[in-house]
Design a protein around this ligand. Structure first.
Ligand code: FMN
Length: 370
């Protein structure tokens, strides 16, 4: 009989608030664009349950908080009764296998166009600065963005409220908590980053003002469902979707410190080396100052492999490590990392296609190969 592989840091247990995790390998939020008409589909039951391990944490794909939140075809929402009901069997399947499941709640802001908006209206943002057309993730289509409409100050509480209601709906659907999507150039980031935010009211200008919207959402969501069920994802160093900041260290640190006031469960930060969502590059910065400043659990993501992830845990630079593309292509990733087994390669061409199986639930498990 083969000897048990020695325990590696990634496979040690961790107490995340009231959740007893058996290991530290987390499924990253991954948009898959297979939720036809913004409604989660039955094929997601298999996809998420394949990626569930007993005591493992999963973060669901970015999920729209309202009918103005969408910017991509077939991304799920959580603002209607139908969507909440559709999430239930997916969440149940994850729980049945002993997983802990958080829903990432999202508003794209200006990363949208009229075609995704009710009555063909302009998308909303912190600003009216347009986004230049970009090649879509499939490398072929060009995404055209409609110039956004700057939110009036009196409209902001309504958007904060949409996040609050989405969080309530997520709990109603059975999720264990929510992750507020404050990363990657979407609405919350459009307020935080000075490359986008050119407001002159109390939501623009100083760091305190630019972070106000994010923190109001954190507060509202925490009050609604309890801070012990709330996390936030931030990418201060990324400039994806023309959302860069002139001083990302100060921004990341300000957020890490401010979040302490609300006592939320976790802060999930994307590594500075991820300038865009998918490219890793050399970078002199790191997340250690934010890790030290934040009092709750700290997650890191972006370009991690087995060795790197183990090091981050061993050196106490993170409590949990979040894996995106490797987990997408390896449903049994925690087990493979434990055994140091070979990994399936991911296929970019099928990341965002609408097929309910191909590139989605057809990646093999270790025992299939053996
Ligand atoms: C197909 C795909 C979809 C993604 N969707 C989301 C998303 O919905 N929300 C989010 O915050 N990040 C999203 N990301 C970013 C990932 O969560 C992760 O941060 C990124 O892939 C880098 O981590 P990795 O090197 O482990 O893949 C996505 C990435 C990929 C490849």
């Amino acid at each position: 009989m083969a000897a048990e592989a020695p325990t590696i840091p990634l496979l040690t247990p961790y107490k995340l608030g009231k959740f007893n995790l058996s290991h530290r390998v987390v499924l990253a939020p991954l948009t898959r664009q297979r939720s036809y008409g913004n409604v989660p589909q039955p094929h997601a039951i298999l996809y998420y349950s394949q990626r569930t391990s007993k005591g493992g944490l999963l973060i669901a794909e970015a999920t729209g908080v309202s009918d103005t939140a969408q910017g991509y075809p077939d991304t799920p929402g959580i603002w209607t009764k139908e969507q909440v009901e559709a999430w239930k069997p997916i969440v149940d399947a994850v729980h049945a296998k002993g997983g802990v499941f958080f829903c990432q709640i999202w508003h794209v802001g200006r990363v949208s166009n009229q075609g995704f908006q009710p009555n063909g209206q302009a998308p909303i943002s912190s600003s009216d600065k347009p986004l230049t057309p970009q090649i879509r993730a499939n490398g072929i289509d060009v995404a055209d963005f409609t110039p956004p409409r700057r939110l009036r100050i009196e409209e902001i509480p309504q958007i904060v409220n949409d996040f609050r209601l989405a969080a309530r709906n997520a709990i109603e659907a059975g999720f264990d908590g929510v992750e507020i999507h404050g990363a990657h150039g979407y609405l919350i980031d459009q307020f935080m980053k000075d490359q986008v935010n050119d407001r002159t009211d109390q939501y623009g200008g100083s760091l305190e003002n630019r972070c106000r919207f994010a923190l109001e959402i954190v507060e509202a969501v925490s009050k609604e469902i309890g801070a012990d069920r709330v996390g936030i994802r931030l990418s201060p160093f990324a400039n994806y979707m023309e959302s860069g900041d002139s001083n990302p260290e100060a921004l990341g640190l300000y957020m890490a410190e401010s979040l302490n006031k609300y006592g939320i469960l976790y802060c999930h930060m994307v590594e500075p080396r991820m300038k865009t969502v998918g490219e890793k590059s050399e970078c002199p910065h790191n997340l250690v100052p934010m890790r030290k400043a934040f009092k709750g659990s700290f997650f890191v993501a972006g370009g991690y492999d087995r060795e790197d992830g183990n090091k981050a845990i061993a050196e106490n630079r993170a409590d949990l490590v979040v894996y995106g593309r490797l987990f997408l292509a390896n449903p049994d990733l925690p087990k493979r990392l434990k055994l140091n087994a070979p990994l399936n390669k991911y296929n970019r061409d099928t990341f965002y296609i609408s097929d309910p199986v191909l590139g989605y639930s057809d990646y093999s498990f270790l025992e299939d190969i053996a």
